[in-house]
Design a binder for this molecule. Structure first.
Ligand SMILES: NC(=O)C1=CN([C@@H]2O[C@H](COP(=O)(O)OP(=O)(O)OC[C@H]3O[C@@H](n4cnc5c(N)ncnc54)[C@H](OP(=O)(O)O)[C@@H]3O)[C@@H](O)[C@H]2O)C=CC1
Ligand SMILES: O=C(O)[C@@H]1CCC=N1
Length: 290
């Protein structure tokens, strides 16, 4: 296994500016398998110092909870990861303008926020990696869409790909497709959990204990995903193999079709991508007023 002595992230100083659940998913994915040294990772947020202490005691990362510590962590970082909510992004990034050097790499996790808005807020064409990860990064099974601003060197593209590749799979896409990634995989875990909630509810309604319904559901979802990976067959082919003519699965799928499940999923994902664009527009409008 790669560890911090052989990892390309060795010696790279990371600063998580915004230390919430997505930042934690990524730093945990980097620290637990020893891909990055906790002492090279600093974390900061707006006000919640308790949260920083919690991350420090869990992962050994360095909390920056005073203004001096924040400036020092930001100025000494090679990579600054933007991990605040979209509503906080404009103000937070504008506050970075006097602190960042033009050569520092900015990695954004923020839904909707475009590279051009980051440039506008920083007042210069800083190298920016715009990403859309997901929370499965916590266990090294993330899926991250990545796009680069023009100024990101080949070496830094490699660095970003290594960083997100260490916590799952990556897909480089043109920036206008990042919202599609948001729709499919950024928010995707929530759809799968929602489906699982429904499967567990149904199992309980049919008389299973909640524990049995949950265990059967979890293994079914895990097994189904693994089947697609291991057999390299399409989900549709695999579905057909489960579905005997006039059997039980066919009856279930017909019911899903009656409730327009497929169309509901497609509309949900399209709406998710549209919402990301709306959020990006709001940040851009706010940025124009600052
Ligand atoms: N959660 C997910 O599944 C995914 C989230 N994302 C994106 O990741 C980003 C973070 O989401 P998530 O982790 O869920 O959010 P959280 O609310 O868990 O975390 C946000 C963090 O940002 C900090 N923060 C807010 N304002 C500032 C500021 N001005 N300066 C520094 N830190 C600040 C908060 O600190 P404090 O508590 O002190 O206010 C908090 O620690 C979002 O932009 C989201 O779009 C992307 C993909 C998936
Ligand atoms: O719900 C959100 O806005 C964030 C972005 C992707 C997943 N969660």
């Amino acid at each position: 296994m790669t560890n911090s002595t052989s990892s390309p992230l060795r010696g790279v100083r990371l600063c998580f500016y915004g230390a919430g659940s997505m930042a934690e998913a990524i730093l945990r994915g980097l620290v637990e398998p020893k891909l990055a040294k906790p002492g090279s990772i600093s974390v900061m947020n707006r006000q919640n110092a308790e949260r920083l202490r919690e991350l420090s005691s869990r992962y050994g990362v360095v909390p920056a909870d005073t203004d001096d510590m924040k400036s020092a962590a930001l100025t000494s970082a090679d990579v600054v990861v933007l991990g605040m909510k979209p509503k906080d992004a404009a103000g937070a990034i504008r506050a970075l303008k006097p602190l960042l050097r033009p050569d520092q790499l900015v990695v954004s996790l923020i839904a909707g926020l475009s590279i051009s808005t980051i440039h506008q807020l920083l007042g210069r064409e800083q190298p920016v990696v715009r990403t859309m990860p997901n929370t499965s990064s916590t266990i090294g099974l993330g899926a991250t869409g990545i796009s680069f601003s023009e100024g990101v060197s080949a070496e830094r593209r490699e660095l970003a790909l290594t960083m997100f590749g260490a916590i799952g799979m990556t897909a480089v896409v043109e920036e206008p497709l990042i919202e599609a990634v948001n729709g499919v995989s950024g928010s995707g875990p929530a759809y799968v959990y929602y489906l699982m909630e429904a499967m567990i509810d149904a199992g309980v309604r049919l008389g299973l204990t909640p524990e049995a319904a949950k265990a059967l559901t979890v293994q079914t979802v895990r097994g189904a995903a693994e089947m697609v990976l291991v057999t390299d067959e399409d989900p549709e082919q695999l579905r057909r193999k489960v579905t005997s003519p006039n059997g039980t699965t066919e009856a279930a799928i017909q019911t899903l079709e009656r409730f327009e499940f497929r169309d509901a999923m497609i509309q949900a994902i399209v709406r998710c991508a549209e919402r990301a664009r709306e959020m990006g527009d709001s940040i851009r409008e706010e940025a124009a007023k600052l």
